[in-house]
Design a protein around this ligand. Sequence first.
Ligand code: ACO
Length: 447
Amino acid sequence: MGIGETAIGHKGAGQWVLCKADDSAQPIHLDSMEGQIGPDVVDMRGLYKQAGVFSYDPGFANTAACQSAITYIDGEEGILLHRGYPIEQLCEKASFTDVAWLLSHGELPDARQKVRFEQGLMAEAHLHEQIRNFFNGFRRDSHPMAMLCGTLAGLSSFYGNQGADQRHRITPEEREMSTLRLVAKMPTLAAWVYRYSRGLPLIYPRPGLSYAENCLHMLFSMPEAPWAVNPVLARAFDRILILHADHGQNVSTSTVRTVGSTGVNPFACIAAGVAALWGPAHGGANEAVLDMLDEIGTVDGIPDFMNRVRNQKDGTRLMGFGHRVYKKLDPRAGLMRRICHEVLAELGMDHDPRLELALKLEETALNDEYFISRRLYPNVDFYSGIILRAMGIPSSMFTVFFAVARTAGWVAQWKEMLESRPGISRPRALYVGPTRRDVPPSYGVEG
Ligand code: ACO
């Protein structure tokens, strides 16, 4: 194994020409592709055919795995656009269901589409009664993401497109229906996960409530005491959902596209996205932020904690900071900070010690050489946990509601992937294991 000679390249008219450094080999001509905005892309599809080599890009940090018209991110400038619209404007002017429609259909819904979509979501929000039985198989203290992932995959047996016919190809009508069903059913499933873990009666979606209001109703209502709608909290929750709705080709979305490329049932496909989202380096970060704040305790604990992060000895990280793409402030983090102040003011918690600690920690990190030199800024998860906890949502449920929101993006990306007919996802590896060898004659069952 070795690095070998460096390939060098230059761009000609719409093409990249790569040659070995010593010019000993024939040049390789690869097409250059231009997006609407953002850097050009070198089309690597001819690489192996022309040169007999593969490209190496672990983590896919330099690789465009698909063409997409859904989300554009400029991490250097801190820009996030959905179908061209800046996240700041969507957060101010649209509802989560508008954004879900936008992601899947390319345009904001007109008045008629909006009404029909919201009616459709309400009609599909119920779960098959048999799904109640699924929960009895789980320990009540299971992580809610384990239950969400399991029950969601199980839904494929109720709402499957494939039925008994494994060769069935998902039709455009089935794609539309699955998109609607998944966005509609996720809040009910999420709320039932919570209710089951607490031993509380399961609550059904209520017509007349908005999507966000229904999420809170199904979490907090009791049969004898329905949740009293609070418009400030409902709008805050709606905006949290918007801020988590899609984020380009992140690990869970890439997982959904990869799994979906096999033609599998969409519920199983989205369950795979939920599994990918669960990890603390991805959607589990907001839960980890609160654990971290609890561990630090008070502002007096910050210097000690920061020393541990800087020393990098025990792997301590400042959770809610850093991002694979953003090397400037994540635009969602600024919006989330504003929502945090609004929610805490509404709840009379503006002097919450955890908020004070988070603000001080953020300020300390933003002025610290370790974070400045590595371009580490708060990400969307730094404040979301504080808001959700203040609203009475337990931290183990944070990632579950992230999954509810991200389902809007996952289904849009899944649909786009199917429409582009990309073929099955199948990366290669640089093989570094033993070369061919024989099993020792002394090993194994005597024949
Ligand atoms: N705290 C301390 N140091 C950090 C942090 C952090 N949060 N994030 C990155 N670093 C350091 C790394 O130790 C590394 O330092 P080195 O160059 O001295 O080795 C350098 O910054 C680069 O780090 P990478 O891990 O290479 O950065 P990458 O882009 O791969 O990681 C990630 C991104 C996983 C999000 C990382 O920043 C992290 O672990 N953050 C904390 C978890 C978190 O908040 N995740 C949520 C992400 S947003 C989302 O999924 C919705």
